[in-house]
Design a protein around this ligand. Sequence first.
Ligand SMILES: [Zn+2]
Length: 246
Amino acid sequence: MAFETEPLFRDDAYKREFSGQVLGVNGRGGIILDQTAFYAAGGGQPGDTGQLSRADGVTIQIGATVYGEGKGEIVHVPMSGDNLPEPGETLSGAIDWSRRNRHMRMHTALHLLCSLVPFAVTGGSIGEAESRLDFDIEDAGAVEKDALSEQLMALVAKDHPITTRWITDAELDANPGLVRTMSVKPPTGSGRVRLVAIGDDGAIDLQPCGGTHVRSTVEIGAVSVAKIEKKGRQNRRIRIRLDDAE
Ligand SMILES: [Zn+2]
């Protein structure tokens, strides 16, 4: 039976601490709560790490967060099988904020990159130190590393707001241009899809996305294009990095 977890990160990406009740512990020791601020891996963004604490103060280190049976169930994967909680217990949770915040900055920067490179996205992934998007680009000369870095930083400096709103599956079907990623289908089926807008009314970028983002582009900080690689005849992989990375 799949449980239903309220994803607190969806409405508040800045929530670092929360408490939740244990709904169950699965066969592999994964802990399922009624609500969580831990982002579950998806859309190229890694799941959160952090800790869950029991009422007696014992902490359980969480090494990964994933979806369980269906997209409604979020599973916190402990790093050890010791001290597993019982259903009904209330746990307090804290996500590893420095890691997650970097994912948020990176994720938002990838939206900006997407807005600057007018080609279809075929894949992507987010990391703490480096992230990438793959584009279907026939003309290799269409993108240039230094120019792209400058354009990215110009958008960051403009302090564009990032907001979300919900539309129905039907509205999305009527606007196929909203979907930039060919490999990652937007999460339809629940009847509604979350749109992430950058700039007033999505003037800079507007696309369906379930990930976590910063509130304003200026929070991304210093970002640059690290590398543009050729991957196959038409594929270009663009790697970006946050310039405060070690
Ligand atoms: Zn996103």
